[in-house]
Design a protein around this ligand. Structure first.
Ligand code: SAM
Ligand code: SF4
Length: 341
């Protein structure tokens, strides 16, 4: 049976992409995301079970035609038995077509999990890596784990995912001098590097506009050394480029590089994402100031159609776009680790 409806907001945007945070916990403390100490974890009883996650995802897929799901966190690989959840989600389909199932991870535990996740049906994986220098990695993540993350990327490549991408948040005065080194890393391994503009979401309140390295600067830096041609762009948040010299090709997308300009060129007008937090709250935007609790109704016996109505209401309340670039911008009280990046 095909979907009965679509998740359309007041601006006509159809929502087909779901991000599910499977845990609020993390084994890193990236300075731009979490405070060093003091962030309290959710009690186990408040975190959705695999059955609950699957039920909500199934409603979104079967009632609304959501056809793309990304598992995230916190750090998703910390959730016990993650391949079991992957297998349940991988079985979801829209009109007989399996959904596109992906995950974003810090990679530190990936070497031991990549093969099982792939076998369970995970199709694509993004690993976050902001620096290739050990001392800087320790400063940025507050953990000495660069070696393990690189091993995780190599294990993901070996596991045969449909795509392996590496995400780097670029910040002035922190790692802006590594754009070329990271691009070279992607070319050498045959994986696509994606540079992400620094967004005002960290729990440490360290965001300043001056620290954002914008899309133009990133592209110019790479283009000067490795000339780039733009790849025609759909509605995806990442603007993609191909290396003119064909470098990086033959792998899993390393012939390309992407930039996600959430701050300097927001893509809100074509945003098709909704998010489910680890405790079962649905959010229509990373920067939304409110959220819809689905866990309460779910646990007190709501039917699928009652839950679907709450989901539709959440999307209906979506605003036209975030206001990072405006004076009245209010930062959400939660960090990326709690929202599910
Ligand atoms: N722990 C996993 C990881 O690091 O990949 C998944 C969750 S993390 C919140 C998802 C992504 O959000 C990561 O690529 C991280 O770099 C990015 N992120 C976190 N805080 C950010 C910020 N303030 N601005 C831009 N990206 C951010
Ligand atoms: Fe953890 Fe990912 Fe946030 Fe780093 S960015 S602290 S790895 S959730």
């Amino acid at each position: 049976m095909g979907p009965t409806s679509q998740l359309v907001d007041r601006f006509g945007r159809v929502h087909r992409d779901l991000r599910i945070s499977v845990t609020d916990r993390c084994n890193f403390r990236c300075t731009y995301c979490m405070p060093e100490n003091g962030l309290e974890w959710l009690p186990r009883s408040e975190v959705l079970t695999f059955e609950e996650i699957e039920r909500l995802a199934r409603i979104l897929v079967e009632a609304f035609g959501v056809d793309s799901i990304r598992i995230t966190g916190g750090e998703p690989t910390l959730r016990s038995h993650l391949p079991r959840l992957v297998a349940r989600l991988a079985a979801l389909a829209v009109d007989g077509r399996p959904i596109d199932l992906a995950m974003t991870t810090n990679g530190v535990l990936l070497a031991g999990q990549a093969a099982a996740l792939r076998t369970a049906g995970l199709r694509r994986i993004n690993v976050s890596l902001d620096t290739l220098r050990r001392d800087r990695f320790i400063e940025l993540t507050r953990r000495d784990a660069l070696h393990d993350v690189v091993a995780g990327i190599d294990a993901a490549v070996a596991a045969g995912f449909e795509s392996v991408k590496v995400n780097a948040v670029v910040m002035h005065g922190v790692n802006d001098d590594e754009v070329l080194d990271l691009a070279t890393f992607g070319r050498e391994r045959g994986v696509e590097m994606r540079f992400i503009e620094f967004m005002p979401l960290g729990a440490d309140d360290g965001w300043e506009r001056g620290r954002v390295v914008g899309r133009d600067e990133i592209v110019a830096t790479i283009d000067e050394r490795f000339p780039l041609v733009p790849v025609s762009r759909g509605v995806a948040p990442a603007e993609r480029f191909r290396y003119v010299d064909g470098g990086g090709s033959g792998g899993l997308g390393g012939a390309h590089v992407g930039v996600i300009a959430s701050v300097t060129e927001p893509f809100c007008a074509s945003c098709d994402r909704v998010r489910l937090s680890a405790e079962g709250a649905m959010r229509n935007c990373l920067f939304a100031l409110d959220e819809h609790d689905l866990r309460g109704p779910l646990r007190s016996g709501a039917s699928d159609s009652e839950l679907a109505a709450l989901m539709a209401e959440c999307v209906d309340g979506k605003w036209a776009g975030h206001a990072i670039n405006q004076v009245h911008f209010i930062r959400p009280a939660r960090s990326m680790s709690q929202l599910g990046g």
